[in-house]
Write a protein that binds this ligand. Structure first.
Ligand code: ADP
Ligand code: MG
Length: 255
């Protein structure tokens, strides 16, 4: 079996002594839609920052896209796309200019760059507003542009840090559709963090649950099956129950 991410005993301690990631281990298969579910402060963003080479790990081992995290950070950065929680857009540039800038940072040149930008604007349905400054976009439109930016160099592995937190239901549904298409049609492996069980349920075939820096449960499922209360789990003396009572965001949170 081919793994695109392998993580062994990963630890991240911040300068102030906060142990944000506490010896976690997991693997992600190539082509997988992998979910990392957990409440605020669980350690999701820290894990993504370490795996995407933005933050140096304290200890442990990790391979990403076939490369060792310590030895080949440059190669990893070329192979992956990252959608961080904070937007990376320049609000004074138009949607199209933002994508072109990102493309040039990734060493793309015309005519390839123009074609790729057109293709992405179409994918995230921003063609009509491509000439407007990103600063005038709604939250959902910015997220879609962020997603397009992360895809500019055709990464085979995409990291998404809470891509739909704070978005309205319609924007969320649109993002879900693009992500499913990227995973199914283009075969991009996706590592997604979320606070919402509903989102993990809709998208992820494999799911790990993180809390206080530790992985407390891991689940795989067949397509079409929902994660439900039967997945209640007892680990480290604590009971962790996945609740999925209704469709509202609060009901479908992991807590
Ligand atoms: P999540 O993304 O799941 O909400 P984070 O990875 O952002 O969680 O944070 C995990 C823990 O690390 C939290 O306790 C958070 O307060 C702490 N933390 C995050 N960034 C820093 C930092 N730069 N310095 C110190 N502590 C941090
Ligand atoms: Mg976070």
């Amino acid at each position: 079996m081919e793994y695109i991410i392998t993580v062994k005993d990963l630890v991240e301690v911040y300068a102030d002594g906060t142990k944000a990631v506490d010896k976690i281990s997991f693997n992600v298969k190539e082509g997988e839609f992998f979910g990392f579910l957990g409440p605020n402060g669980a350690g999701k963003s820290t894990t993504i920052k370490v795996l995407t080479t933005l933050l140096r790990k304290t200890s442990g081992h990790a391979q990403v896209a076939g490369y060792d995290l310590d030895k080949s950070p440059k190669e990893i950065r070329k192979a992956i796309g990252v959608l961080s929680q904070e937007t990376s857009l320049d609000v004074d540039l138009t949607g199209r200019e933002n994508l072109r800038l990102q493309g040039r940072l990734q060493q793309l040149h015309d005519p390839v760059l123009t074609d790729r930008v057109d293709e992405l604007l179409k994918l995230v349905q921003l063609e009509d507003v491509a000439k407007k400054p990103a600063g005038r976009y709604s939250g959902g439109m910015r997220k879609r542009l962020d997603l397009a930016s992360a895809l500019i160099h055709k990464p085979k592995l995409l990291f998404l840090d809470e891509p739909t937190t704070g978005l309205d239901a319609q924007s969320r549904a649109a993002i879900w559709d693009y992500l499913e298409e990227l995973n199914k049609k283009e075969g991009i492996t996706i590592f997604l963090t979320t606070q919402y069980l509903e989102e993990a349920d809709r998208l992820c075939r494999e799911l790990s649950i993180i809390d206080h820096g530790k992985l407390i449960a891991a689940r795989a499922r067949d397509v079409g099956r929902r994660y439900d209360n039967a997945d209640a789990e007892r680990r480290d003396g604590r009971c962790f129950e996945i609740k999925n009572k209704g469709d509202s965001q609060n009901d479908s949170r992991s807590y």
